[in-house]
Design a protein around this ligand. Structure first.
Ligand SMILES: *C/C=C(C)/C=C/C=C(C)/C=C/C1=C(C)CCCC1(C)C
Length: 242
């Protein structure tokens, strides 16, 4: 009986537990966004359905991982680094696929998609090594990760993806531009979280910031934001024709 009364399926979240709070709210937000994207999918022109489906998959995969991360944090009060990076390694390549999908109308090739996917995987695997495996050298892993990140930024802002977006013009070009801003500014939140949570010469600059809170804010902004940009593109280009 003792055991039964002390055992509970839900953990308390203290009022000052910002990590626990943002895991909880993040989980709910990702679930709601997924329902929104999945349910709106069929009201659009065929050519946008895959893009909206992928938006929903991104937030859905995140919702499932947030469910586990919320629990992990509640049980151990430790960063759920492993779940975090599994989530990212599935969802960030899908965000790269979104660039390819919207640029397909301008003749984007699969090679663009694979290049962005490859760079994003390099960025994340090296980040994982710095955060979880070889923390003493976190700055070095972070640097390599950052180079891969800049290669992505270059490709979409100035490289081949940019040229395709320009030839597509109109709503596709403006959606592409907004996604570019998400990658440049929204994704830059992550290296700040990384520096707040790993040892290195940069220690102290971001002290007072909590790595998990920063990552959780970044995920909500970027994953749901990306999806809404695509949603908006589908709305615009469907009403253009009507
Ligand atoms: C939904 C999840 C997203 C959009 C995650 C993005 C993650 C990054 C852009 C991470 C970047 C990193 C660096 C550029 C250097 C330090 C290590 C990372 C992995 C935090």
């Amino acid at each position: 009986m003792e055991l039964l009364t002390n055992f509970s399926w839900v953990a308390k979240i203290a009022t000052d537990d910002y990590v626990g709070f943002t895991f909880f709210v993040g989980c709910m937000a990702m679930m709601a966004a997924s329902a929104f994207f999945f349910l709106s999918m069929n009201s659009f022109d065929r050519k946008w359905r895959t893009s909206i489906l992928v938006s929903g998959l991104i937030t859905f995969i995140a919702a499932v991982h947030y469910w586990y991360m919320r629990d992990y944090w509640a049980s151990f009060e430790e960063s759920p680094t492993f779940f975090r990076y599994v989530d990212w390694v599935l969802t960030v390549p899908l965000m790269c696929v979104e660039f390819f999908l919207i640029l397909k109308v301008a003749g984007a090739k699969r090679s663009l998609m694979w290049r962005l996917i490859f760079l994003s995987v390099v960025m994340l695997v090296t980040g994982y090594f710095g955060e979880a495996v070889n923390r003493d050298q976190a700055w070095l892993w972070g640097l390599v990760s950052g180079i891969a990140y800049f290669a992505i930024v270059y490709d979409i802002w100035l490289g081949s993806a940019k040229k395709l977006a320009e030839s597509a013009g109109g709503a596709v070009l403006s959606a592409h531009k907004t996604l570019c801003w998400f990658v440049l500014v929204g994704w830059a939140i992550y290296p700040i979280g990384y520096m707040a949570g790993t040892p290195g010469w940069y220690e102290g600059i971001f002290s007072g910031l909590d790595m998990d809170v920063i990552y959780n804010i970044g995920d909500a902004v970027n994953k749901i934001g990306f999806g809404l940009v695509i949603y908006n593109l589908a709305v615009k280009s469907s009403s253009d024709k009507a």
